[in-house]
Design a protein around this ligand. Structure first.
Ligand SMILES: [Zn+2]
Length: 136
């Protein structure tokens, strides 16, 4: 699986993570999925209702609205972005949630070293997703 993002989207995600500082930032990624390629065309930031640096929870209403809007615009759900103060790989808690979110792509930004990486859980196995950033 390849995840395609634009440098503009990446900048937005980095900025949001920096803005929220010690609070974990999260976003939903929508776009088009075809032939092992996920192209992100919409990034929807989700406020962290827990205001925590180590846990994330979004308002279900906000999540629902984002899905509804994407559906209207015929965009597919690609996955989730979040930042956490640990290396850019899923934590034990992330892995637990990954199993619940099916084959969603998880884009993880380390707020400690700025690294970013993407992962996907397929058939209970964790795979790294290739990240392609297109300069705009
Ligand atoms: Zn995490």
């Amino acid at each position: 699986m390849i995840l395609r993002l634009t440098s503009e989207q990446l900048r937005l995600l980095r900025n949001e993570s920096r803005k929220t500082h010690l609070i974990e930032a999260c976003a939903l990624l929508f776009g088009r999925l075809n032939d092992g390629e996920a192209v992100v065309t919409r990034v929807v930031m989700m406020p962290n209702v827990l205001k925590s640096s180590i846990r994330f929870e979004a308002n279900p209403q906000t999540v629902f609205k984002a899905f509804e809007q994407a559906d209207r615009d015929e965009l597919q759900f690609i996955g989730l972005f979040h930042s956490h103060p640990a290396p850019a790989q899923p934590s034990a808690v992330d892995l637990k949630y990954m199993r619940l979110w099916g084959e969603a792509v998880w884009l993880v930004l380390s707020s400690s070293d700025g690294n970013i990486a993407a992962f996907q859980m397929t058939n209970g196995e964790l795979h790294e997703v290739a990240l392609k950033v297109e300069a705009v």
